[in-house]
Design a binder for this molecule. Structure first.
Ligand code: SF4
Length: 344
């Protein structure tokens, strides 16, 4: 049992913070003291995919800096509304792998459960920004159907909770799912894919720690940090609590133009993650989702960045460069041009 400084009353606190998140460009720019004239013509982009930014994440941005790498990830801009060939609403064709409501079965040994539609933050590059979440909100019966579906596939040993963000669900809802999965002998792991602790560290409250500490399932959490500026003391403390509770902590980033497309930033990110007990896992090339083309970094640049990281970091701090492709049984690793530079 760990000695815990987090209080159970924070259960209400994170939900309150979430309800007070910025939901308009105007209010966020005012808070950051950035004249809105510097961001013209955002209205249509904001209408297509509304802004959502918790204050805890806005506080990690630099006031007055229109080029802040965290702000760039969340601010609707005019470029999103310009159609670009090859960028679509469903680049991974997930709607074809949606056999029962709230569940995606793309990989043999894992299923992905979408517990709800909400996220704590709206990332402009999100590959699910057009996913029909409203069709995947779950009733109790549908929730039971998911557990029954998993029960029919003995080769499924891991259940992945993904976005929307699973940590928007209440602890009691998560506990119901975990309790149900514990009754399936072939399921040994549960994995959370989440960005919420990055933008709202108070989400890792005492009740959640108790939940992951006491389940018989192995718990993996894949965080989603893109920039070292996202890793602050509050986030690091939350990760310490998770580590002490026995959770395996990994990170996946998306390679984003104007955010983290240089070796110095990616090096700092890996070092900062490791200081927070997290191993860098994947660096994703952007999925070609409509509205996100201005974030694209070409594959050869990604390869070159990884080779620079291999030259400066131990191998365990270098994420795998991958691309997700529709109808593939796993993520596709990108071959590195200079394989001989693998570091130890
Ligand atoms: S938190 Fe994840 S699922 Fe939600 S908008 Fe951001 S990238 Fe997409």
């Amino acid at each position: 049992m760990i000695t815990r400084t987090i209080a159970t009353c924070q259960t209400q606190e994170w939900q309150k913070q979430l309800s007070e998140a910025f939901t308009s460009v105007k209010s966020l720019l005012e808070y950051l003291k950035i004249p809105k004239e510097q961001f013209p013509h955002w209205a249509q982009a904001e209408k297509d995919f509304p802004l959502r930014v918790p204050k805890a994440f806005a506080d990690k941005m630099s006031a007055g800096d229109i080029h802040d790498p965290l702000l760039r990830q969340v601010l609707p801009i005019h470029e999103e509304t310009i159609p670009v060939s090859g960028y679509t609403d469903d680049p991974l064709m997930e709607r074809d792998a949606n056999p029962t409501k709230g569940l995606l079965h793309k990989y043999r040994s894992r299923v992905l459960v979408i517990l709800g539609s909400a996220c704590a933050v709206h990332c402009r590059y999100c590959f699910r920004r057009h996913f029909p979440y409203q069709d995947n909100g779950l009733s109790q019966q549908e929730f039971n159907d998911i557990v029954q579906y998993v029960g029919r596939f003995p080769e499924v040993n891991e259940v992945i909770l993904s976005g929307g963000d699973p940590l928007i669900s209440s602890n009691s809802r998560l506990k119901r799912l975990i309790d149900a999965l514990e009754t399936l002998p072939h399921v040994s792991r549960i994995r959370f894919h989440t960005r919420t602790p990055v933008v709202l560290p108070d989400r890792i409250d005492a009740d959640f720690i108790s939940l992951v500490e006491n389940t018989s399932l192995q718990v993996v959490m894949v965080l989603h940090c893109n920039h070292p500026q996202e890793i602050d003391p509050a986030f690091s403390q939350a990760m310490t609590h998770l580590k002490q509770a026995g959770v395996t902590l990994l990170n996946q980033s998306v390679l984003l133009k104007g955010v983290n497309d240089n070796a110095a930033v990616l090096t700092q990110l890996s070092e900062a993650l490791f200081s927070a007990h997290i191993l860098p896992y994947y660096l994703h090339l952007l999925d070609p989702v409509a509205g996100a083309s201005h974030f694209d970094v070409e594959e050869p640049i990604g390869v070159s960045l990884i080779n620079e990281l291999l030259a400066s970091l131990p191998g365990y701090l270098v994420p795998k460069l991958v691309r997700e492709e529709a109808n593939q049984p796993s993520k596709s690793p990108i071959p590195l041009v200079n394989e001989s530079s693998n570091s130890l």
